[in-house]
Ligand binder design. Structure first.
Ligand code: IMP
Length: 430
């Protein structure tokens, strides 16, 4: 089957960057379909660390076509910064290996400012966004006042649309938030010159990907964020503003749903979350701190310490079901070495009621308590293990138990940040 889709099955930061980089070896196209520079995909190659925000993780393999689809909210400044950074490190980036959808919506200065101002306005109820303008840009898309990459490429048109958008946004910025208005001429100068630098990458990427599929090219769809941050299915309102799972692909890459063939979820062997919102298996204690330190759990986009906790079976099962996952890749198993015992959340409890399936309708998700199963830990360093049978008995038992609980085969394990630090378990390459 020529297409494979990989998505985060938790709250983001599951290690997708490394896995997508690894799987990109067998792909000819790597396609992003949602999110924006709120994502931070960390890839380590030969000891060199790359953090990719907008450029698909296939860029580090020569000869792949990397597509930023129409469903991505594109900050031209960040995209060009990333392209320049990659080139400075010797990575070839051109219109041949990086394609940008002409219909992708553009993130402007006012989106980033309003993202931050809205958070300030929300006070205690803040979402903890990345401040990258994601929510305001998608809101403008839905409100039909956004500008797309194709609008940016036509200066006259860009002026008319940006003028109309700024008239409304500046009223909000000044009158509600008491901040200084954004200058239209300054923005036009800046963004139209950025647009010229983007021009070589721009095209009808939907048509390009559909043609690639017809030509039986191998296509990897790269999800950003995670299932529990999905706008529709996640822990609303503490979510991001796009559809993060496989359901986001058809609209965000402009391909028919049947092009989404095999689907693989990625989850850490424990859980993390950045930003506010419900996290039933969170550990606000020394064990959580230890996971954070052993796992270097600090945001790759914002540097914020990640909230840490045990694996959540209820949430993972829901995430995998929602995207119709055929398999699961479990990452960061090595981070759990040295814990005398491990736990995993198997049920939720709220006001005396128990839930073993995701209680999507709950308004009071923040008060949910997780109930756990406990396992013996292992002390050995497993970062050098490459075969499942060479793992400590306790680690094998934990993985086999997880597999039974989520009812999806665990097709690969990751035991370190480098490309080769994986344990295959029946994963079929593209
Ligand atoms: P936004 O996407 O910047 O609007 O942020 C909304 C929520 O999603 C916040 O809780 C962010 O911390 C979270 N978020 C956004 N992108 C990522 C990511 O790539 N990894 C983890 N969390 C993310």
């Amino acid at each position: 089957m020529p297409s494979l889709s990989v998505f985060g099955a938790q709250w983001g930061d599951e290690g997708k960057g490394k896995l997508i980089d690894l799987l990109a070896r067998d792909a000819e196209y790597v396609v992003r379909y949602q999110g924006g520079a709120n994502a931070g995909h960390t890839v380590v190659v030969g000891g060199e660390k790359y953090i990719l925000h907008l450029v698909p993780s296939g860029i580090l393999h020569p000869g792949k076509v990397n597509v930023v689809g129409n469903g991505v909210a594109v900050d031209p400044l960040k995209l060009l910064e990333e392209i320049d950074g990659l080139r400075a490190r010797g990575v070839a980036v051109s219109g041949a290996n990086l394609r940008l959808s002409a219909s992708a919506h553009v993130i402007f200065e006012h989106h980033k400012l309003l993202d931050q101002l809205a958070e300030r306005w929300r006070g205690e109820g803040r979402i903890g966004t990345t401040g990258r303008g994601i929510g305001p840009a998608y809101a403008d898309k839905a409100a039909r006042i956004g500008l797309r990459v194709c609008d940016l490429l036509e200066p006259g048109h860009c002026r008319t649309r940006l003028k109309a958008a700024l008239a409304e946004k500046n009223a909000l910025i000044q009158k509600v938030h008491g901040e200084r208005a954004i200058d239209l001429e300054g923005q036009l100068d800046r963004y139209t010159s950025l647009a010229e630098r983007l021009r070589p990458f721009v095209g009808d990427t939907g048509a390009e990907v559909r043609a690639a599929f017809r030509a039986k090219k191998r296509i990897l769809f790269e999800g950003a964020q995670g299932a529990m941050l999905d706008l529709d299915a996640g822990t609303y309102p503490f979510v991001t503003s796009s559809n993060t799972g496989a359901s986001g692909i058809p609209a965000g890459a402009q391909v028919p749903p049947r092009m989404v063939e095999r689907v693989i979820g990625i989850a850490k062997a424990y859980c993390t979350r950045v930003g506010e919102g419900p996290f039933p298996s969170e550990l606000k204690n020394a064990t959580g701190d230890r996971i954070r330190e052993q796992g270097h759990e600090y945001g790759s986009t914002t540097g914020r310490p990640r909230r840490c906790g045990w694996f959540d079976v209820v949430a993972a099962r829901f995430a995998l079901e929602l995207s119709g996952a055929d398999g699961l890749i479990v990452t960061n198993l090595d981070v759990l070495s040295g814990f005398p015992e491990l736990q995993a959340a198997v049920e939720y409890e709220l006001d005396g009621r128990r839930f073993s399936t995701w209680p999507a309708h709950l308004a009071h998700f923040d008060r949910v308590q997780a109930r756990y199963t406990t396992f013996p830990g292992w002390s050995q360093d497993i970062t050098g293990v490459r075969r499942f049978e060479d793992l400590p008995r306790e680690a094998r038992a934990y993985v086999e138990w997880l597999e039974r609980e989520v009812s999806v085969p665990i097709v690969m394990l990751s035991v370190g940040p480098e490309r080769d630090q994986v344990i295959p378990r029946g994963f079929q390459p593209l």
